[in-house]
Design a protein around this ligand. Structure first.
Ligand SMILES: NC(=O)c1ccc[n+]([C@@H]2O[C@H](COP(=O)([O-])OP(=O)(O)OC[C@H]3O[C@@H](n4cnc5c(N)ncnc54)[C@H](O)[C@@H]3O)[C@@H](O)[C@H]2O)c1
Ligand SMILES: [Zn+2]
Ligand SMILES: [Zn+2]
Length: 400
């Protein structure tokens, strides 16, 4: 079959690899109809992880079951399914408590496994024609409809970024009426925006510098903040400070709470320096969040921070060590939630919001490209150019 193979820093190729086969009786083989490229893939693509050449990428996978192992009970050939990017067993100490991001049996080296991702186990990714899914009963979520229907682009986003955006709002404790600041208007930040709206947030500020991405945030009902126009924290404080309705409704002392209650990091360790966006500043967003979130507020950090970053700027960064305003965080009494999303915890509920017409995450999808165009797709998405919000690779689509 054809698959997207990592060839070294900023290089992928579409190559013939061996077809996957049923290796355990609980396996399922899925024929992929849509596989999205993720911001997380770009960390590997840019050589900023321990990804090794020859890996098949792709953890955002949707398709149809081609074959089910003899021990699989609930999933059959022909079922349309989406796979959480986490590969989990369903029976270990962490899985039974709902921490599918930290499964103890699917990765021989450490807790947590995923398709086609550095350090997350020996599994190939789904930017390919077929994918082997371990523990098929547990890892396949059944879907209605047919490949290519009105839900195709919504359902593929259930593999990672819609649940991840939702997880960010869960960690940041977004409730009806909450005030929220989201850093990053990439796919994850936009899904956090959609999720904040679904949870009934009152004010949602979204910070980025890419106009098309900020426009999408605005379309979702958020207030866009362009960080190239000045300190984004100051911009948010100023918008709240100058709002007469907010001021008139304040209780005594509330003028000390002109930041927001919920802060979300949807950028991670490759954050750009605000003063000079041609450079990275790995703690830029964390610093901003600690400034903009009010005392007693909460942070949801889903942007990735790698334990090892071979391309990091200094020895500390190369070992995943970052300097944080811990004293300020402590004195504000902020609650911090961080880490990989346990996708399965949210996936079914978010699927049902899509089916009921209450959520349309596909509004962020900007391109469909044939699998064979993956080298161009990676290059374009990596530029974060205007108009490249989310790219879906289609194994069945032929190159023009
Ligand atoms: N926790 C999880 O399970 C999980 C799952 C998926 C993705 N992620 C991570 O989430 C992050 C975002 O993913 P994505 O697909 O949206 O990636 P992306 O790279 O497309 O988006 C990141 C956005 O952040 C913006 N940005 C850069 N510096 C900024 C700054 N200082 N302030 C505000 N915005 C800034 C960029 O312009 C870009 O639009 C990545 O780190 C990705 O690895 C985590
Ligand atoms: Zn992803
Ligand atoms: Zn497990």
């Amino acid at each position: 079959m054809r698959a997207v193979v990592y060839k070294g820093q900023c290089q992928v190729a579409v190559e013939q690899v061996e077809d996957p086969r049923i290796e355990a009786p609980t396996d399922v083989i899925v024929k992929i109809t849509s596989a999205a490229i993720c911001g997380s893939d770009l960390h590997m693509y840019e050589g900023r992880t321990t990804a090794s050449t020859g890996m098949v990428f792709g953890h955002e996978n949707l398709g149809v079951v081609a074959e089910a192992g003899p021990a699989v009970q609930s999933i059959r050939r022909g079922d349309r399914v989406v796979l959480p990017f986490n590969i989990s067993c369903g029976f270990c100490f962490n899985c039974v408590r709902g921490f599918f991001n930290s499964c103890l049996t699917t990765n021989p080296d450490r807790p947590g496994a995923a398709y086609g991702y550095a350090d997350l186990g020996p599994y190939r990714g789904g930017q390919a024609e077929y994918l082997r899914v371990p523990f098929g009963d547990f890892n396949c979520l059944k879907l209605p409809g047919q490949p290519g229907d009105q839900w195709e682009d919504d359902f593929v986003l259930l593999a990672d970024i819609f649940p991840t955006g939702y997880h960010a709002t869960e960690l940041a404790k977004v409730e009806p009426g909450s005030t929220v600041a989201i850093f990053g208007a990439g796919p994850v930040g936009l899904m956090a925006t959609l999720s904040a709206m679904l949870r009934g947030a009152s004010e949602v500020y979204v910070v980025d510098r890419v106009p098309a991405r900020l426009q999408k945030a605005q379309q979702l009902g958020a207030r866009p903040i362009d960080f190239t126009q000045g300190d984004p924290v100051e911009q948010i404080l100023e918008q709240r400070r100058s709002n007469a309705a907010i001021r008139e409704a304040m209780r005594p002392g509330e003028e000390k709470m002109l930041g927001v209650m919920c802060g979300i990091d949807a950028v991670g360790y490759q954050a750009r320096d605000q003063q000079d966006p041609s450079h990275e500043d790995p703690t830029q967003v964390l610093d901003d969040l600690v400034r903009v979130v009010n005392p007693t507020g909460s942070l949801g950090i889903v942007g990735v921070y790698m334990p090892k970053d071979p391309g990091g700027a200094d020895p500390h960064a190369r070992h995943g060590e970052f300097e944080l305003p811990w004293g300020k965080l402590f004195s504000k009494g902020l609650q911090v939630g961080v880490g990989q999303t346990p996708v399965k915890r949210y996936q079914r509920h978010l699927r049902d919001l899509i089916i009921a017409g209450r959520a349309k995450p596909s509004m962020i999808v900007s391109q469909h490209m044939p699998l064979d165009a993956a080298p161009d797709a990676y290059k374009d998405f990596d530029q974060r150019g205007d108009g490249y919000t989310k790219i879906i690779l289609k194994p069945d689509m032929r190159a023009a």
